[in-house]
Design a protein around this ligand. Structure first.
Ligand code: AMP
Ligand code: GLY
Length: 420
């Protein structure tokens, strides 16, 4: 079978690495891919938000399965367009209706409220509701969380420690601070606890749980500094025990799948539940309609089952009959970023010592081959994943490999997992 993966980050390299191990794979294509995905298939330079270009690629390469990595094409409705053109194609990724769970925070909050799924209390406001919004902020306890409704590349959430700042930011957001994404703003109460990431593969009726992970979003050690796409991850997560997981299934995953059905949303693909453990009770911070990055780089190495078989079962209505086998070892991922990231940074730096290592894998993100030389081409450059019999040994192996790889400006967090 020929398979196409859309995306170009570390998540997509991990997907390509996993799909390449499938016994049913003939040819793998990655669009646009990166220097790492080339080890497993053929990169295709197309704009993945252009449904016609993606469709032509599917036709030309006789693709039978498409896995969509990032949220932007999903939220823009690429699945609806591809399905119209290729009714028999297996596509992993929700239709536009289902992708709203990530594409609109107001939509996802209403969804959770409607289906009694635990989340922070909130109200949403648009520019014509500026005054009621300000009054609402004044009545809130601190800190106050402001969220741009739409996709804002991970930057649309502000946590304000006083009312005046919150009001100022609220006005700025409604007036276009995040463009159209903040034409509507969700104001919600602050939840205090420790976050973790839960992933399922669903056909919209049943689901399979993938390994649990935790990601580290801030650039600085000790979870300080600016938010990034994610600087590291670990799987499993020690505090997510059987009892917490049972609550996650009963209170969050199952009502979400039932809600998707009840509301007639079209969903076939991954759901990423961004959760927080508040005194033993899980609550939803956000939904994403895709896998996480860098969580995928810790989650997929622990999945022993064939990902392609799981994807095909999702499309064929046979997901309940599939079994999921998980590697008991711990996986720890450390991201190597360009100096300056998540602010401005230089590209085109030569990378040395970037080969797979004995205890694990090396996933590429912002890399490019230029005249036979591997160079940096983005903010997050590489992700090192290692296995260990425990968290500490997995982390030590990843730290060693992260220290060994070199490029000018290399930045990484040596403290991933510090809070576990
Ligand atoms: P989001 O884009 O919704 O995942 O938000 C980005 C980050 O902001 C999350 O990973 C949390 O660390 C934080 N955050 C978002 N909402 C809340 C909340 N209600 N309470 C506390 N922290 C939050
Ligand atoms: N690591 C968080 C995300 O993928 O959104």
């Amino acid at each position: 079978m020929n398979i196409l993966i859309l995306g170009s980050g570390g998540r997509e390299h991990a997907l390509a690495w996993k799909v390449a191990q499938s016994p049913v794979l003939d040819q793998l294509f990655i669009a646009p891919g990166n220097a790492g995905t080339k080890q497993h298939g053929t990169n295709i330079a197309i704009d993945i938000t252009d449904a016609r270009a993606v469709g032509d690629c599917i036709e030309d390469r006789t693709i039978e399965l498409v896995i969509i990595g990032p949220e932007v094409p999903l939220v823009r409705g690429i699945v609806d367009e591809l399905e119209t053109r290729f009714p028999k194609l297996c596509i992993i990724g929700p239709h536009a209706s289902g992708a709203q769970l990530e594409g609109s925070k107001a939509f996802s909050k209403e969804f959770m409220q409607r289906h009694n799924i635990p989340t922070a209390s909130y109200q949403s406001f648009s520019l014509d509701q500026l005054q009621p919004g300000i009054e609402f902020i004044r009545a809130q306890s601190l800190p106050i969380v402001l969220k741009a409704d739409g996709l804002a590349a991970g930057k649309g959430v502000l946590i304000c420690s006083d009312h005046d700042t919150a009001i100022e930011e609220f006005e700025a957001m409604l007036n276009g601070k995040f463009g159209r994404a903040s034409a509507q703003v969700v104001i919600e109460s602050f939840l205090s606890g420790i976050e973790f990431s839960v992933f399922v593969l669903t056909d919209g009726r049943s689901y399979k749980l993938l390994p649990i992970a935790k990601d580290y979003k801030r650039i600085g050690e000790g979870d300080t500094g600016l938010n990034t796409g994610g600087m590291g991850s670990v799987s499993p997560v020690p505090f997510v025990d059987e009892s917490l997981l049972a609550k996650v299934r009963e209170r969050i995953i199952e009502p979400t799948i039932q809600g998707i059905q009840a509301d007639g949303l079209k969903y076939r693909g991954f759901i990423f539940f961004g959760l927080i453990n508040v005194d033993g009770d899980p609550m939803v911070i956000e939904y994403n309609c895709r896998m996480g990055d860098p969580e995928t780089q810790s989650v997929l190495p622990r999945l022993r089952s064939d990902l392609v078989a799981l994807c095909m079962a999702t499309c064929q209505g046979t997901l309940p009959a599939q079994s999921i086998e998980i590697d008991e070892r711990v996986a720890a991922t450390i991201v190597l970023a360009s100096g300056g990231y998540p602010g401005s940074y230089e590209k085109g730096k030569a990378i040395a010592k970037a080969e797979d290592h004995s205890q694990g894998m090396l996933f590429h993100a912002g890399t490019k081959m230029v005249d036979g030389e591997l160079q940096t081409s983005g903010g997050r450059v590489l992700a090192v994943t290692s296995f260990g019999s425990d968290l500490e040994s997995a982390l030590i192996a990843s730290r060693q490999k992260a220290a060994e790889i070199s490029f000018e400006g290399k930045t990484f967090r040596a403290d991933i997992g510090f809070d576990l």
